[in-house]
Design a binder for this molecule. Sequence first.
Ligand code: GTP
Ligand code: MG
Length: 221
Amino acid sequence: MTRVDIKRDLDALNKQIAAANRALFKSAGLYVINLMGSPGSGKTTLLENILPRLQDHVRTAVIEGDLATENDALRIRKTGVTALQINTNGGCHLDARMIENQLSRLDLAALDLLIIENVGNLVCPASFDLGEDLRMVLLSVPEGADKPVKYPTAFLNAQAVAITKTDLLPYLNVDLDEMKRYMAEINPKLVVFETALKGGVYEAERLVAYILEQVRQKKGK
Ligand SMILES: Nc1nc2c(ncn2[C@@H]2O[C@H](COP(=O)(O)OP(=O)(O)OP(=O)(O)O)[C@@H](O)[C@H]2O)c(=O)[nH]1
Ligand SMILES: [Mg+2]
């Protein structure tokens, strides 16, 4: 068997398991977000800050993906939200089987929302469906305006983007409008949010409202 055949088989297997995950999430009425972005783009910080606001309305759990350590799960648990940690031991992304393996550890029927923080990477996670409803990419301002066109797959396969760390705009030579133009060039359908950490307050109101609305729509509430 050639290398190409093996890759094709693995892609097909991942799609199959992702479809099974999606069916399970649907039957449990659970809305699932796959959160991806470069290392340090602010994925866990976003979750730490929006989880308490989401928890006021929907029952939420988190699955964390990292090469090593339980650091991010520990950070999330401090908010009172259940967090499971997957260590990929060198792997640069989560796959559908890794998620499937965690699901028996969660009471899916008692949840409305599951957020999966993928391994910090703007390339590998983009090619692996986990069975999610929403794929959201985080792009932080310091990474630079041209990242959507340099790493297009993540933006092409996502429905939403959060531009994080906009509080740093005054200190950096980064053009926010240019970043948004590049995003629209790759995927005009992307819903784009901005977040900022200002004076100790994390600003993400539109993003929180959007997530709550998506959960409500899936649950038919
Ligand atoms: N100024 C500013 N700093 C932020 C913001 N969000 C996150 N940070 C900082 O950015 C650094 C990385 O944040 P994390 O939330 O750990 O990033 P991550 O994407 O979860 O990183 P990995 O899980 O390692 O991929 C931390 O020092 C945060 O305090 C923001 O909105 N503004
Ligand atoms: Mg993190």
